[in-house]
Design a protein around this ligand. Sequence first.
Ligand SMILES: Cc1cc2nc3c(=O)[nH]c(=O)nc-3n(C[C@H](O)[C@H](O)[C@H](O)COP(=O)(O)O)c2cc1C
Length: 321
Amino acid sequence: MAQKKVLGLSFGRKNKNTDIMVKAALMECEKAGCDVQFIHVDDLDIKPCTGCISCVVGMTTGRGKGGCPIKDDLHILDEAIMECDALIAGSPTYVMSPTGRFKSVCDRLGPSHDITFRKARYEEGLAAGQPAEQLPDVRSFKKRVGALVSVGGAMTKNWLSFMLPTMYEITMSMGIDVIDMHEYYGAMACEHVVGNETEMERMRQTGRNIAAALVSETEEERTKWRGDTEGVCPVCHCSLLSVPQNRAADQVECPVCGITGSLVVKDGKIQAEFSEAQKKRSRLHWDGKLEHSTEIKTKAVGSGQIPDLKERLEPYINYLQ
Ligand SMILES: Cc1cc2nc3c(=O)[nH]c(=O)nc-3n(C[C@H](O)[C@H](O)[C@H](O)COP(=O)(O)O)c2cc1C
């Protein structure tokens, strides 16, 4: 069997907590026989998404392959991701969420790398006889597993509230199956994570979890949840729920998966129950992503729909200039 490739991405400071934690996991993967690569993402010049949407428009009109017109180092990250079989992504907490650069990377990889957009474009292009180099990278459809590592300085865990839910943004559009995640909080109470053996061992365990998933013989074993806690949502294993407006009495949503369930109290504990149909349409799965790409393809409108657009815009464009 070809050697499996594991990519570690750190969005932390050079050689500080997140870097070392991701590297500790990679070292275990290497011990298990994997080929490993590490990228300290702040070393790359990655610009924010400008919102031009040419990545998606290119794919839906049959002219593009999900590329981005911005000239910077994203291609380095893209190539490393396309090559890997597993991704370990670590980010520090900045104001309860991952760093700005983490979000910039997710924006640049989100719509452009969505497997439902890419697959449709790939299949339609092939059927039309277009050459492979004009179509989305075929490696986009490789099955991958992932682990998310959240690091926060605060001693109170809820100062990392949006970390793991938001970190799913880096795996979601590409359909990477997250099989483990870990949160290290209270990092400021220790000079450096290398002095915290519990955390270092937990990261070695992440490496072993990824390596084990990579050699699985069945799909069930490959995607098996290997994190410490089940969480409230059985799909993403996060514990963040939202309460929709105009809801049925017990209705809650998982904001990561975008699925609706019922709040129940079992054995004195608050839990959420989701039907099999809802679990299947989580945006972490193909069906949920397809729902979204289909609504964009069928309902988003192009230009020329508002005949007097220029006149309507004029007072605002000149206002406070
Ligand atoms: C701008 C900024 C905001 C931060 N906000 C939080 C926060 O909301 N919660 C938290 O737990 N830590 C917060 N921290 C602390 C970092 O998460 C902590 O220093 C972490 O160890 C950095 O990761 P690194 O050591 O891998 O660079 C913040 C740090 C910075 C620079």
